[in-house]
Each structure stands twice: as C-alpha cells, then as structure tokens.
Write a protein that binds this ligand. Sequence first.
Ligand code: MG
Length: 402
Amino acid sequence: MSAPKITRLETAAIRAVGPSVLVRVWAGDEYGLGECYPSAPAAGIHQIVVNLEEQLLGEDPRDVERLYEKMRRWNLFTGGQAGAVLTAISGIEIALWDLAGKLQNVPVYRLLGGAFRKSIRLYADCNAGSVDAAAHHASGEGGLLSEDLQNEYVAVAQEALARGFDAIKFDVDDITGPLHRDFWNGSISPKEHDAMVARVAAAREAVGPDIEVAIDMHGRFDLPGSIRFARAVEPFDLLWLEEPVPPENLEALAEVRRNTRTPICAGENVYTRFDFKRLFELKAADCVMPDVAKCGGIAEGKRIANMAELDYIPFAPHNVSSPVGTIAAAHVCAAVSNFTLLEWHAIDMPHWADFVRYSGGEIIQGGHIELTEAPGLGLELDEEVAYAHRHSKGGIPFFGRE
Ligand code: MG
C-alpha cells in the first residue's frame, strides 16, 4: 500500500457549549475529525485553518508530531505561541490523530503508548445550570451571590450527584454584580468576600465531605483579595481554587499558592509546553488544567502532563468542547499516569451528546467516559445534528454546505 497523503481540509462551526470550529482532514476517502476550542472568533479560527491547509497537502497524516511542529514553526513570527493560531492548530492536530488511528485501525490512546486506564473520570461544572445571571442582576437580588441563587446552584450540584458525578465545580466570581464595587480593579469588597465564602460553605454542606468540590474565580481578582479568599475557604477542603488572579502573571499566582493551604489550579489559559515550563519552574500551581483543544492538541497535552508528573502534579484538563474535543481529551487522560479528572461543561445541555455517535454507546455513564477499541477517536459526527446547531456567523461554510 502506498503511503496515505493529505488531500484537503474542511471546516464547520457548531454551537455546542460555545461556538467551536470542527476540522476534517481528508486523505483520499478517509478523514479525521478534530475540534478547535470554543471561542468567539470562530470565523478567524476557520480562516487560520484554511491558511494552514497548504502546509499539510501531500503530507502523510500519520506523521502527526512532525506536522504539528511544521504548523507551529510556520507561525513562529505570526502568533504561533498562543491564542487563535494555536487553537486552530490544536483542532487540526486532533483530526490528524483521529485519521492516523483510523488508517492504522487502532484507537488514539494506543498510538500515544497505550492506556493507564480506559475509564475516564469526569467532574461536572455546575456554573451554568438553569441560572440566568443577567435576570438576577436586573432584579437587584444580589447577582450570583444572592441566597436564591446559592440555592439554585446547590440544586444543580445535587443533579450532578444524582447523575453519578462525584466531583463538581462552581463559580464564585461576579464582578458585574452589586457586591463588587469596581469592575476594573479586581478588589473584593467585604460583603462580596463574605458572600463568596458563604457560597463555598453552602456547596460543601450540600454535597457532604466525600464529594470533591472545586471553585473557579476566572482570573478576575487582585492579589490581596485572592489570598484572603483562598485562606478563608481553607476549612472547606477544596479540590482546588482555580485562577484566582489573571493568567498572564504566573509569579502572582505562585504568590497566592505560597500563602494558602487551599490547592491552586491553573493552565486553561496557558498554551504549549513552553509556557507550562514556566508555570512549573515558578511552582505556580498544585494542579494543571491545559485545554487539549487549545494548548496545542493531543500530543502537546500529553507532553504537559508528563512535565507535571516530574513534580508529582496532577493533570486535570479543562474542557468546554462538544463530544469531539471531550473524547479527544479523554484519550490523553487514558495515556498519562497523573490524570485525575476531566472537566464536563454541559450539564444544562440535553442535546450535547447528540452531536456524535460514540463507539461506546452513551458517552457519559456514571460520571465517566469509557474508551473503546474503535479506531481513532472512536466516534462519528452526526452531521444532521451538527448542521441543526451550526454557527454560521462570519460566513463559515458547513463542510462545504451552505
Ligand atoms: Mg476556569
């Protein structure tokens, strides 16, 4: 058999958790499917994928790592270190692994060296639920920190438990709410601090001591407020406190970490092994959460996990993707020893699983994804469902359809 060659790339944008660009890499009549991290400039990411096609045409799709390096280095002077360019490359890289697996008739995790586990444990992000933050703000009821809303969040957490999850995550940041004095300065007012701590206390009380609870601050707060809050929630034994300070200054994050017993998690806004190298050198986090559909893809995610392992740091990928990006991340989670939890961000999206037909049947069962022996990622896109939820803003074609 002659070596397969890449013949074309095509994209479609869908609205799953957010607007994400799906990528198909074709080699003759076989293709691999990938997903670029959901983000607002989907049309820009689509255009970057289109521009990258010329770097891949005629190449053997099984040379995934070389092709990743080719795309990354081709963009060395044009933003290939982070942001939309890396997001586009990540989606293509995932599609290449899917294609390489299909061509060799093995699942992706086997191409990565095999599985430490095939049952991938998920945590449910409970920030969305049925909560309408804007309506709460408009009603003047105290925004995300009001008692009513606290109760609503607890209800979402209990739903997650009922579905078999034993780890959950909440948001406590509400910088447009009435308790936050100034949108711009990141300072936490005393009332805001107390309400945030009360939310954490309510969450812990609702789920009991055996459920792992993480709290996300979305990088919105200043250093002293973050340290004060991290210390105040120490009695609630959190799984982690996520991104208290903004992501661009990892020294500040390390300063928070040095000043609290609450474990600190970061990395969803850190790209490639090179920026994670700095995070590890600074000892800025107790746990890392690269996003596979954003940080560089499947192999880059694995490399970052391997770097974390050198310091005995757990690997718990961030994930807000459709089933395509989620299952891609699950293959990385299978192939590294230090994986602990993978995020799932669609508890309020009943049709989330309908985007694909999964080789293992129902994608999520009892809070886990069970990986199978099916080749590639082990899934097929349901094109009609995807088309029904297409995101056409910016004129992105749906795999060539209007
Ligand atoms: Mg986060």
